[in-house]
Each structure stands twice: as structure tokens, then as C-alpha cells.
Design a protein around this ligand. Structure first.
Ligand SMILES: *Cc1c(COP(=O)(O)O)cnc(C)c1O
Length: 366
């Protein structure tokens, strides 16, 4: 079918901003400011303002943001960091790249976010931090997780890669932990024209550390005080993000509208949706449902001209990459159920009401 409704389609979004972004690219060209520099700094200022944090730092992608957060906290070999078993694998990479060990905990069976009541049992004398993930753009229960971190003297880091603009109890996420990490991968709610990521924090010491680490361990050119990395954000990426940030609230609100249509009008008892507590104001990076017969359901959607996807089909603790940690099936039943039964419905701001209704009809006729 020609005009299939995609699970994600970036074309419409980029048509809207193409002219402005090309003008911004011209400015980058004129200054040949391709790596770091004024266009990245401009975006950092704008993004900190949007999130409501004192500082934002641009880096090359979201995985690196997580790695740098771990390094800035001094997390190293022998340390453990608690993360949800159901997240995109990069949350765990951040920990592993710092040579520390990710320790997984289950999610809540209804909200699908990290289950704060499971964290204490996973804490050992080696535990240094918890990375809470605002998964699918919904906030996790920050107060509950923070209370445990405070009690056990652990750092809290937010993985807000899917949550640029998500609100928890009325406040934009990204200000609750020591640091928050973002991905600006093109498919995220705020996505660069290229690969990019970032961090927000209120703590200047972290900013200094991360600025040095991302730039070869250097603050004065060709003087290297520590072993660093090349983790800078590109100028074209920064410029494209500054343009697109102006549109983010509008796009997020349209996603909220589409989700409301899904939530109200999908009535098929075989479909279960993510439960959202009254304090959650998500940005619906993904609209995930579960159904007992995932493959049949996706085939049914396909026959109705609709593409769907699985986010994510294998939970972190059962990935081959972590076989050496000796987790087994059955360790985290909620995360495993979700992985086995999740389907992502089409979700992006440019979906028309007509398209949303086609999806709803197809879902209800399954
Ligand atoms: C996308 C994502 C990341 C990684 O970001 P990249 O920019 O792709 O490296 C990390 N955590 C979560 C939850 C993500 O969705």
C-alpha cells in the first residue's frame, strides 16, 4: 500500500522547518562553526531555559550523555548503578562504558515505569546511583525514587532521552536528579538533523567536568589535564536544534491530543494501555499498548495499512550483551510481559485526525 500510515514519519515535521533550518545552516557555514562553538552554546542556553535548569551541555549523542553523567559522578569499576530492566539498552551502556555494573529492577505492571518499591532489594554496598528513565515520554514516580536515593545516599540521574518537555507534578523533568540526560536522535521528540545529545544540571561542578571530558580533557587548548574524549556536539546539529526547540511545545501538545483520542476511543478489551497517574503529564514519545497476541495484532494493522513497531522486544537483563550478569527469564515478570506483548501505535505530531481514526478503527476491529 502506497500511503501506509507509518509508526513514525519525520518527513512532515522536516517540511515545516526546512526553510528555517537551511537558513540556520547557512549561518553555521558562514562562520565554519562545525564543531562545538556559538551554535551549540546558543542551543545550550535555550534548552536550559526550556527545561528550567541552570545549565545545559550539548554532546554528541544520548548514550554519551549517560556515560559522561556516570564519569562526572565518579562512578567507576566495581560500582553498581540501578536501572529499570525495560528501557532502551543505551541506559545500561552509560553504566557499562564507565566500567560499572548495571543492576536491573522490574517496572510497575501498570505504569511500566521503574517500580520504586523494588529498588531497595537491589541495593548493595557497591550501589552508587539510580538512573530513572522517563520511558515512552511518561515521567517515572520521581518522589518515590528520590526518597530511596536520599535514604541510601545514592545519586539520582534522570534518563530523559524520551522526555523533552514531560512534566511531573507540574514541573518539567530534567531538574530532579543530579543530572538529566537527553538524546536528540532524529526520531526523538526533539531531534537534531544528525546525531546529538545533552545534559541538564543545576550543579556547576558537573558542568566543568563534562565540558572538559567532552573536549579531550582540556579547557585550555592543547593542555590536557585528564584523559578525555571527543564527545562534542556539531554546529549544524546545534543550529537545527535551536530552530526545532521553538516548535517542541506545539508538537508535544499535538501528541498529547492524539493520545487522548487513542485513550478515549480504543475500546477493544484485548488492548491494554500504559496507566498514567494524575501527576503524570507525558509527551508520548511512543504510544505503546500490550495485547496477548502481538504478532497477529501487528499483521492485522498491516492489512489495514498501518505500520507498528515493538519497543522493546527484549528486556535489558535478557540481552546477550549482559549474559555474563547471569540474569534469567522470570527475574522481572512485568518487564518480560511488556517485552513479549508490546506494540507501538503510530505517534507523531503530523498525524491527521483522519489517520488517527483509521488507526483507532483498525485497533477496535482486531
Ligand atoms: C534514545 C535513547 C538513549 C540513547 O540516545 P542516543 O542518542 O541514541 O545515543 C538513551 N536512553 C533512552 C531511554 C533512549 O530512548
Amino acid at each position: 500500500m502506497n500511503n501506509k500510515i507509518g509508526c513514525l514519519d519525520l518527513k512532515g515535521q522536516h517540511e515545516q522547518v526546512k526553510k528555517e533550518i537551511f537558513e540556520a545552516f547557512e549561518k553555521v557555514y558562514e562562520k565554519t562553526a562545525f564543531s562545538g562553538g556559538p551554535f551549540v552554546e546558543e542551543f545550550e542556553k535555550k534548552f536550559a531555559g526550556y527545561i528550567g535548569s541552570n545549565y545545559a551541555i550539548g554532546v554528541s549523542n544520548g548514550t554519551i550523555a549517560l556515560h559522561l553523567a556516570m564519569l562526572a559522578l565518579g562512578i567507576k569499576e566495581g560500582d553498581e548503578v540501578i536501572i529499570p530492566a525495560n528501557t532502551f539498552i543505551a541506559t545500561a551502556w552509560g553504566v557499562s562504558h564507565a566500567n560499572a555494573t548495571p543492576v536491573f529492577v522490574d517496572c510497575d505492571k501498570d505504569t511500566w515505569e521503574i517500580d520504586a518499591t523494588k529498588i531497595e532489594a537491589a541495593i548493595t554496598s557497591k550501589t552508587k546511583a539510580v538512573i530513572g528513565v522517563h520511558l515512552y515520554g511518561q515521567p517515572f514516580d520521581v518522589d518515590a525514587v528520590k526518597a530511596i536515593c536520599d535514604k541510601h545516599n545514592l545519586f539520582l540521574v534522570e534518563d530523559a532521552a524520551q522526555a523533552q518537555g514531560t512534566r511531573y507534578k507540574g514541573k518539567t523533568v530534567g531538574v530532579f536528579g543530579e543530572m538529566a540526560c537527553y538524546s536528540f536522535y532524529p526520531g526523538k521528540n526533539l531531534g537534531a538533523c544528525g546525531e546529538a545529545g545533552g545534559l541538564t544540571t543545576n550543579n556547576e561542578a558537573y558542568v566543568k567536568k563534562i565540558q572538559s571530558l567532552r573536549n579531550h580533557g582540556s579547557t585550555v587548548r592543547y593542555y590536557h589535564d585528564e584523559i578525555g574524549y571527543n564527545y562534542r556536539m556539531g554546529g549544524l546539529e546545534g543550529a537545527s536544534l535551536s530552530v526545532k526547540l521553538n516548535y517542541l511545545e506545539g508538537w508535544n501538545n499535538r501528541r498529547r491530543e492524539i493520545s487522548k483520542m487513542y485513550q478515549k476511543q480504543i475500546t477493544n478489551p484485548k488492548i491494554k494501555m500504559q496507566q498514567t497517574p494524575e501527576w503524570a503529564d507525558g509527551i508520548y514519545h511512543l504510544f505503546v499498548i500490550t495485547t496477548p497476541e502481538k504478532e497477529l495484532f501487528v499483521k492485522h494493522l498491516d492489512e489495514h495499512g498501518i505500520s507498528a513497531a515493538y519497543h522493546y522486544p527484549v528486556p535489558c537483563h535478557l540481552q546477550k550483551a549482559y549474559a555474563h550478569l547471569n540474569y534469567k527469564a522470570g527475574d522481572f515478570p512485568n518487564a518480560e510481559y511488556l517485552a513479549a506483548h508490546c506494540v507501538s501505535l503510530p505517534m507523531y505530531a503530523e498525524l491527521t485526525n483522519e489517520q488517527v481514526e483509521i488507526v483507532i478503527k483498525a485497533v477496535n476491529s482486531f
